[in-house]
Design a protein around this ligand. Structure first.
Ligand SMILES: [Zn+2]
Length: 126
């Protein structure tokens, strides 16, 4: 009974790492276990000299990051491309909006200058 309970406790204590965006997308910033990802080179027959991310705590048998470096790099480049396209769109939209905004600002500024001139004229005439 005790042995069974202990076994259950061990199972319960075994941390299940949920998928984390910092591991799942692009270059892994952190492993599931919180460890720092390391870059290693594969020497397998199927992927010789292919670089991949692994974890410093890989030997403890838990779930750790394993990701090909080129897969991560492709994701990062795609993300940069998407961000760039978004930025380009925003800049082009802002530059379209720029002229009416500036004209409006100049109008307000001109109105203020006129108001100050009228007030100072009143003050001088008094
Ligand atoms: Zn790890």
């Amino acid at each position: 009974m005790n042995i069974l309970l202990d076994q259950a406790e061990i199972e319960a204590a075994r941390v299940q790492y949920p998928p984390q965006p910092e591991v799942e997308f692009g270059f892994p910033k952190e492993c599931y276990c919180g460890g720092e990802p390391l870059i290693r080179t594969s020497y397998t027959r199927t992927d010789p000299r292919r670089r991949f991310y692994t974890c410093e705590n890989i030997d403890d048998g838990d779930c750790h990051v394993h990701k090909w470096w080129d897969v991560a790099a492709t994701e990062e480049i795609k993300a940069i491309g998407t961000q760039y396209a978004l930025l380009e769109k925003t800049v082009s939209e802002l530059s379209k909006k720029k002229s009416p905004f500036r004209n409006g600002f100049e109008l307000v500024l001109g109105g203020l200058v006129l108001l100050v001139m009228v007030i100072s004229m009143f003050v001088m005439l008094k």
